[in-house]
Design a protein around this ligand. Structure first.
Ligand code: DX5
Length: 229
């Protein structure tokens, strides 16, 4: 589908810094702060050295917000639990290009489950790794840290790859998402390179003005920097 207007800047909080004992309240707080969607960092202790959210945890949080959920699957077997994450209320599943042997088939499986598919690239993986699956996805995620933990330093060296992905999807409605070290200090670089969906964790939860101030500062800085034709 051809895009007729500029991509919308969206803020997608990572739930990793949230208070897991109060996930329902945290969902409502993120919605009230003006976030556009929620990103669940799903980690299996194999693809990355950390373990986080199973489908039941996400399902428990589902009724506490009307915001769309996406699951960022940092797992070695995304195809095994894909159906469970869709049942839990995730309308988009993001699969890492490095996590499966059959990326095309796995993305088609996600679509067959009634969700939309996204594809993610670790820092070392070239943009060309996804050039033959763009017809199956509505989002390409360029990691700006090595996945596994929040609070890491932003990798500015990823900005040329963000720009390359933006060129690869130009004319389509595919969104370009970035994740890792995104903050008011780093967001202008990735937005100027063409990223329109911004995942942020620590920068939202540690902002001195609170969640709403963090969301509006990130959005305003990105809108200012995003390239116009
Ligand atoms: C890391 C995750 C990120 C991370 C972002 O593997 O995919 O979503 O939680 O956290 P910050 O914004 O603190 O880097």
């Amino acid at each position: 589908m051809a895009r007729t207007s500029l991509p919308r800047i969206e803020i997608a909080p990572s739930v990793l810094p949230a208070d897991f004992a109060r996930l329902g309240d945290e969902m409502a707080a993120l919605e009230a702060a003006g976030c556009d969607r929620i990103q669940w960092d799903v980690m299996d202790g194999q693809f990355v050295p950390n373990i986080t959210f199973g489908p039941d945890v996400i399902a428990a949080a589902r009724s506490h917000t009307s915001l769309p959920f996406e699951a960022h699957l940092m797992t070695l077997t995304p195809e095994v639990l894909a159906g469970r994450y869709v049942e839990a209320g995730c309308s988009r599943l993001i699969v890492h290009a490095e996590s499966v042997t059959h990326l095309h088939g796995t993305l088609a499986l996600v679509q067959s489950l009634g969700a939309t598919a996204g594809v993610a690239l670790n820092p070392a993986t070239p943009a060309l790794a996804v050039s033959h699956v763009l017809d199956l996805v509505d989002l390409v995620l360029v990691m700006t840290v090595n996945p596994g933990f929040g609070g890491q330093d932003y990798l500015a060296a990823m900005e040329p790859k963000v720009a390359e992905v933006r060129r690869m999807v130009s004319g389509t409605t595919i969104d370009v998402e970035v994740d890792g070290g995104i903050s008011p200090a780093t967001v202008a670089g990735v937005a100027a390179a063409g990223a329109n969906i911004l995942v942020a964790g620590s920068a939202l939860y540690r902002h001195p003005g609170g969640l709403a101030a963090a969301v509006s500062e990130l959005r305003a800085t990105a809108e200012e920097a995003f390239p116009r034709p």
